[in-house]
Design a protein around this ligand. Structure first.
Ligand code: AMP
Length: 425
């Protein structure tokens, strides 16, 4: 905990960090938080999985709550030199490329800001705008938005940024890739010139560095070791397998003695319990964590995996958020996540701290559609491995020997061929 305390964060924020289960700041947090608290602009080269959301959300919450808006206290105050109406005004905007990221960032603000008098709302397209407009009307301090819908609302004069103090541009390079960069520029043109700007991008193609140059003033520069282009250090493999063969296949693959510390992801809590039970029955030490478990049960499961009593932890996406386990050798996905970012979050649990890692995904016939989105996001085609033949349910108890090196398996097996025409990007 000393780590976060050194960063001079407010006690309420430290408490929220503690309840997230974070023990030490990640490198991007260590470098960025003090600079943001000083009021500096920031140019950060960091990607998803580095803890970048907390790196900007924590100091923003602190800055906003240390100079509270009048509405928070029902009084008129003048915290930053211009008069403030009684009504709560938008003081911070975070622009991010996808609705999933927007939701996650909104949730992070909510979680880290427990106990603070600040409200956030999330704005994205593809759903009706009325609830979003209603939330804005009630008054919010922080808006997390994707560019298209935000522009719509700006054009309808349903939102304004006259009182904006802090602007965060998240995943700038992906904005460019996804064709949003013009929308981003149009949003920026509507923001007050005098503001603090925090700019995050995993890579710096020339168009992005030109934009950074235009909108930042003497920025502090922060760069964390380029990790998770999920691609590089993680060997990623895929099995096409019927739903009812997934657990036997998992048990079979766990015959690999190099899978010493393994995370298994399931879509539902029920699946997490079933898989953990099946593994235990097969003599493989496993524990499950998910939202229905008590804090005590979660902690016990984590302890077991950390001290080696269990070598497999079975988790749902939500339960796995914020847990920090070193030395994960393998990640297994029992399903193909519908939200592609979840795939990246899942596999990013291995290959941490410069180590290698293996991620293996099981894809049932009806899940093939979700793969394309994942491959576009990661810009990597998954190697398809032929599912072992004769893997009948009765081989569960003791499968035939180890199956190491699965990531080197044959490419483009059944079902893989149909994707071969697609480019990696
Ligand atoms: P991000 O890069 O913001 O997408 O964060 C990746 C994951 O790391 C999220 O699941 C966070 O909850 C988690 N996380 C962020 N900061 C820390 C920390 N200091 N310690 C442990 N986990 C963290």
């Amino acid at each position: 905990m000393e780590g976060f305390e050194r960063l001079k964060l407010l006690p309420l924020i430290l408490q929220a960090i503690r309840s997230e289960g974070y023990t030490r700041p990640t490198p991007i947090q260590e470098q960025a938080i003090p600079r943001i608290l000083e009021g500096k602009d920031l140019l950060a080269c960091a990607q998803t999985g580095t803890g970048k959301t907390a790196a900007f959300a924590l100091p923003i919450l602190q800055i906003l709550s240390e100079a509270p808006a009048g509405a928070a206290h029902g009084t008129e105050v003048h915290p930053i030199g211009h008069s403030r109406a009684r009504h709560r005004e938008i003081r911070c905007l975070v622009l991010t490329p996808t609705r999933e990221l927007a939701s996650q960032i909104g949730e992070s603000f909510t979680n880290y800001g427990q106990g603070l008098e600040l409200r956030n709302t999330v704005i994205f397209g593809g759903v009706g705008q009325n609830p979003q407009v209603a939330a804005l009307r009630k008054g919010v301090d922080i808006v997390v938005a994707t560019p298209g819908r935000l522009l719509d609302l700006l054009e309808q004069r349903l939102i304004d940024f006259k009182h904006l103090e802090i602007f965060v541009l998240d995943e700038a390079d992906r904005m460019l890739d996804m064709g949003f960069i013009h929308d981003v520029r149009r949003v920026i043109a509507r923001l007050p010139k005098k503001r603090q700007t925090l700019f995050f991008s995993a890579t710096m193609p020339s168009e992005i560095s030109a934009l950074a140059h235009q909108i930042l003033t003497h920025p502090a520069k922060v760069e964390v070791t380029p990790v998770a282009s999920t691609a590089e250090k993680i060997a990623q493999a895929l099995f096409y397998v019927e739903e009812n063969r997934k657990t036997p296949l998992l048990i079979h693959l766990l015959g690999d003695p190099t899978a010493t510390r393994t995370l298994v992801f399931t879509r539902t809590k029920r699946d997490a319990n079933h898989v953990a039970e099946a593994l235990c029955e097969a003599g493989i030490g496993a524990a499950a964590i998910h939202g229905n478990k008590s804090q005590g049960a979660r902690e016990l499961a984590l302890e077991k995996i950390k001290d080696g009593r269990a070598r497999v932890l079975v988790a749902t996406d939500i339960a796995a958020r914020g847990i920090d386990i070193d030395g994960v050798t393998h990640v297994f996905n029992m399903d193909i996540p519908e939200v592609p970012e979840n795939y990246v979050h899942r596999i990013g649990r291995t290959a941490r701290a410069g180590k290698a890692g293996i991620a293996v995904s099981f894809c049932a016939p009806d899940e093939k559609g979700c793969l394309a989105a994942i491959e576009r996001l990661t810009r990597k085609r998954l190697s398809v491995i032929a599912t072992p033949t004769g893997l009948e349910p009765e081989t569960r108890k003791r499968s035939r020997g180890r199956r190491g090196g699965q990531h080197n398996g044959r490419r483009g097996g059944r079902g893989g061929g149909q994707r071969s025409g697609r480019s990696g990007r």
